[in-house]
Design a protein around this ligand. Structure first.
Ligand SMILES: [Zn+2]
Length: 224
């Protein structure tokens, strides 16, 4: 049965890095995938200009088309400063979108990322996705984002993958979506390089006997 899936990410590009292959796989199976981005992704930079913001939005639109995301929302909170806002301010618009999408599955950030926006997004999503009797959500997964998940102090909150999704048929789709975000990608051997995205997919896949996989930590699973 087709599912409704929501990706809740801090920045446009986290969806492609964290679960681009899984999104494309959901879409190929007939599921409806939606995305919400909390921060605008550019405003903390010294040369932050309207131009940069427009460029990022264009890139996000292109990636959305490549991955097959049906609709997305940008909440426009300030980049790298989500922790300066009262949590409630971040949670409320998320609750509205959750009400609109009514997803069965939610993918969001791992709570132990170095990036502060990723941490706050995780907290806000878990708050907005409280398991109330009326909630349609059956599963919440945490994804890993290169240059954020593995860059935090190793023993603070390590990412422990428990779910592996076979994305062998969707590697090129993920790479194409990331190519749309060209400005956010770096040259190898930077962690956030195309070469390392491919390595990570192969490593996660080979760890469980698959060619390519995306790994997730299972945050909540409700069996009904
Ligand atoms: Zn991010």
């Amino acid at each position: 049965m087709a599912e409704r899936v929501l990706i809740a990410a801090a920045h446009a590009d986290d969806e492609a890095l964290g679960c681009g292959g899984t999104i494309a796989r959901h879409v190929a199976r007939g599921d409806e995938v939606y995305a919400v981005f909390l921060a605008d992704g550019v405003s903390s930079r010294p040369q932050a200009l309207a131009d940069d913001r427009r460029k990022r939005q264009l890139a996000a639109g292109k990636a959305q088309e490549i991955l097959g995301i049906r609709q997305s929302w940008s909440l426009g909170f300030p980049d790298n400063r989500l922790d300066s806002l009262p949590l409630l301010e971040v949670v409320q618009p998320l609750e509205n979108i959750l009400g609109e999408v009514a997803p069965q599955r939610v993918y969001t950030h791992h709570h132990g990322d170095l990036n502060i926006d990723h941490q706050v997004t995780h907290r806000a999503v878990l708050t907005a996705c409280r398991p109330l009797p009326s909630s349609p959500i059956r599963a919440i997964y945490g994804f890993e984002v290169l240059s954020a998940t593995e860059w935090n102090t190793p023993d603070v909150a390590p990412f422990l993958p428990t779910v592996f999704v076979d994305v062998s048929d969707f590697v090129e789709t993920k790479l194409q979506a990331l190519a749309a975000y060209g400005d956010e990608m770096r040259e190898s051997p930077h962690s956030r390089s195309m070469a390392n995205v491919r390595h990570q997919l192969a490593y996660r896949g080979h760890s469980v006997g698959l060619a390519f996989a995306e790994a997730f930590s299972l945050i909540r699973w409700i069996e009904k």
